[in-house]
Design a protein around this ligand. Sequence first.
Ligand SMILES: [Fe+2]
Length: 442
Amino acid sequence: MTLTENPFLAGNYGPVHEEHTATDLVVEGTVPAELRGRYLRIGPNPFVDPTGPYHWFMGDGMVHGVELGNGTVGWYRNRWVRTDEIARAMGESPVSGPTQPLYDASNTHVMGHAGKIIAFTEGSIPYELTPTLDTVRRTDFGGPLPNGLTAHPKIDPVTGEMLAFSYWFAEPYLTYHVIDATGKLVRSEPITIPESVMMHDWAITRDNVIFFDLPVVFDLEQQPFPFRWDDNHTPRVGVMPRTGGDADVRWFEIDPCYVFHPMNAFDDGDSVTVDVARHPTMFKRSSVGPNDGGAPTLDRWTIDLSAGKVREERIDERGQEFPRVNETLLGSRHRFGYAVGVVTRDAFDGTGYYKHDFVAGTSEAHSFGAGRVPSEFVFVPGEAATSEDDGWLMGYVYDAATDRSDFVILDAHDFTAAPVATVHLPARVPYGFHGSWIPDAQ
Ligand SMILES: [Fe+2]
């Protein structure tokens, strides 16, 4: 495959080459005055155009942010995370912090915890950022994190803890971590699994954590991304009491599939329910993928702890990914969930965005218009919310006609209505991964 054929360097997957600080942005509609803070989202953005094999998951990280307050937009900024290589390439001094265990990256998630803004890539030490997106330092939360950390820690909305894990190519293949509400790593527990698998994300409930031991295995022969599908790997989900250890994990076989992202999970008597974006396979034909088995569907797994079985149900056949809920309910039963529509091979080739009502058994679709493609959106609760969907949904929408992006705010309760606000940005925001709303008073 030549570089020009590499789908992860084409169209809006391709990198941007400038850092912007833009004020005086044109806004259509009205920014809700109660939104005081900043929406940050991160993604891959190679600093130097790759001259060899390149996979989307491996690119240098760039964070894009929009600051809101008093009904106005303060700024749009985009900044490369100053990994050591990026800092040197930009003529800056590298930041301090623990040495990376294997590779230096920061492209997958950005979230606020314990008054800090942290950017993550799995298998590496996270980076701390300022509210204006400058890189401060690498942080291991007091450590040690010899195998780095997942990019999908879960911040418990009740306790303020950040639960996390790390996975690795050598034993221990999996380690469970607890970072307390003050941002200190207080517990690390190795978990036994038979071999090294790509464990991108996981789920938590009030009482349990759920690990996904799925058939994408580590294989150094696969380059540039060292993982492949393996029919011989038994697909399992593991349920462990949050206060338990390796001996307490109960493993349950499921049908072969791959899950990058759960929507949410909750305890229900003797069962644990997990809603997931389920891919039929992953990296089966090649590790370039990603969706080589077809589009991911929205599925519900009901893990019956008494019977020792998992009931697997299809909630929605339509392709969708980047599922999110109102995260004040992370780990508790949710009524509503949101996911970005995807169609076939690429992660972003649809224009739809879905809101699911798990009580009514219905869903609504929001279209951003022809050629306008959303990335992940996040839910921000309203200041005086009276229902689970009382709040705002926000994210970036790429407009192919202008080759620029907008920052868009929807009213989650009035999902199919026109956006509450559309902020025109001076550049495009390449398709990326995950983000968070960081309120001023986090
Ligand atoms: Fe992810």
